[in-house]
Design a protein around this ligand. Structure first.
Ligand code: GLC
Length: 464
């Protein structure tokens, strides 16, 4: 009960104090259970009009709809909020900025759902969560989604459908990409970005040595997501898949992680820590990697499309404006490049006191108009195919067209087959990978232990 009260209090505090669009320092905290406190920390320095909104609610003038999301700062959120409110004067949207890490955000959701709290109405859910969270979410088909789903990529709609119920409407999709410095590739005599991880290693080392010798001691070859959280599951799946090492658990439900290609991939990645990547990479999430890149201090970065608009932002003082390219991640010796499929959906909590108004907002966020705001401000990939031929969108982010194949062929994490135990499976996976990166465990032992852990968690069979 105490825990529940604390949670409600923290959520109340967040709602009262947060503007939702902050560039606050990111947390490298590895714990996953301190989520609400972290969320409050991240948001208390923002003061906005949410106090007034609480007053509106009290006076009963408007219906308050609370919208929570995680991740890093979103430039689109304020515009989405104000555009919707202008057209819906009976509704006040309150933004709650949740924890940055997807793993921590899930913790916040689970606590709120466990309490059956109506403090959250509309929530962003990760592409991997429909199966784990379905029981707490409304069926959007009952709130008008049937008229709009056909405009979205069918595979994502299918991913969000559980027992015929649409538990989230697609908001944006995501795929892992390689960012590379075109000026530095030129300077060191390379024709183009690396096609394999071995080439990336060689280029990163050469450029790092050269830039450090030129006096930039902060320069590093390659930044990525090595902290023990969902982001590491994404990066490690890319290494393993690109080595021909499978997808942890196959779509048919066999646990495949214990194989020699997966071991080789993990060994190679462990070799980057403290050589072409800083020692601290094992505590990096997306934003720590991006900060180094943004300052002009990395030759290569693995990140999602959101980093494009920030890297091109003169106002944000990016040191790499017009100095970089983006493309597919490198391939392993046996495989071809792999990008992990990411992305977010808009869901409505079953415990919402105002489901009609919440659903109206969900339909707006995921509409062509809403997704265009995301694309133009934050280079987030639409799930509505028509926007990939929108002139304004293409002029702003030409890579949407260039990399269309990468986005549509991205590899899914095994969330459908392991549901409702995907999160536990992923936690076991990223902890095992983290142990290999930090040298606590060797890769072979890690995958042998991991396959047994995943069998315990899911009840699935090991591949023979
Ligand atoms: C991005 C992806 C999401 C993934 C997360 C990991 O937000 O869209 O799917 O789980 O990164 O950090």
């Amino acid at each position: 009960m105490k825990k529940l009260l604390a949670l409600l209090l923290v959520l109340g505090l967040i709602a009262a104090s947060c503007g939702g669009s902050d560039e606050s320092e990111t947390s490298t905290d590895e714990s996953t259970d301190d989520t609400t406190a972290e969320a409050a920390d991240e948001s208390t320095d923002e003061s906005t009009d949410e106090g007034e909104e609480a007053a509106d609610e009290a006076s009963g003038d408007k219906t308050v709809v609370r919208w929570i999301f995680g991740g890093s700062a979103s430039d689109s959120a304020q515009e989405l909020e104000s555009t919707f409110e202008a057209a819906n004067p009976d509704i006040d949207i309150e933004i709650i900025q949740g924890p940055e890490s997807a793993t921590d955000l899930l913790g916040t959701y689970l606590q709120t759902f466990e309490a059956q709290s109506d403090e959250i109405d509309v929530l962003n859910i990760d592409v991997i969560w429909p199966g784990d969270l379905a029981e707490h979410l409304l069926d959007m088909y009952e709130y008008g989604a049937a008229d709009v789903v056909d405009a979205h990529f069918p595979a994502i709609v299918e991913n969000n459908t559980r027992d015929g119920r649409l538990v989230g409407i697609p908001f944006y999709t995501d795929a892992g990409l390689l960012y590379y410095r075109t000026d530095l590739l030129d300077k060191y005599g390379y024709d183009g970005p690396p096609a394999t991880w071995d080439e990336l290693e060689e280029m990163a080392q050469t450029i790092q040595d050269g830039e450090q010798a030129d006096g930039n001691q902060d320069f590093t070859g390659f930044v990525w997501q090595g902290n023990a959280y969902e982001g590491l599951t994404c990066d490690a799946l890319e290494w393993i898949k690109s080595y021909g090492g499978g997808e942890i658990v196959s779509p048919e439900g066999e646990i495949t992680i214990n194989n020699e290609n997966a071991v080789a991939a993990l060994e190679q990645a462990a070799g980057w820590v403290g050589t072409i990547s800083p020692e601290g990479v094992t505590a990096f999430q997306e934003e720590e990697a991006r900060a180094i890149w943004h300052a002009g201090n990395a030759a290569f970065m693995r990140n999602w499309p959101y980093a494009y608009s920030r890297s091109q932002s003169v106002e944000d003082d990016s040191q790499v404006v017009d100095l970089f390219g983006i493309g597919p991640l490198p391939a392993g010796p046996e495989g071809s490049p792999a990008a992990t499929l990411g992305g977010w959906q808009i869901a409505v909590s079953k415990y919402s006191a105002n489901p009609e108004e919440a659903a109206r907002f969900a339909l707006f966020l995921t509409s062509e108009e809403g997704q265009k705001i995301n694309a133009l401000n934050d280079s987030l990939l639409p799930t509505i195919e028509a926007l990939y031929s929108d002139d304004e969108v293409l002029a702003n982010t030409p890579f949407f067209a260039d990399l269309f194949d990468v986005f549509t062929n991205a590899v899914a994490r095994p969330s459908t087959i392991t549901a409702p135990n995907y999160n536990q499976t992923s936690v076991a996976f990223f902890n095992a990978v983290h142990g290999v990166l930090t040298g606590e465990t060797d890769a072979q032992t890690a995958v042998e232990e991991l396959e047994l852990d995943i069998a315990d968690i899911t009840g699935l069979e090991l591949a023979s």
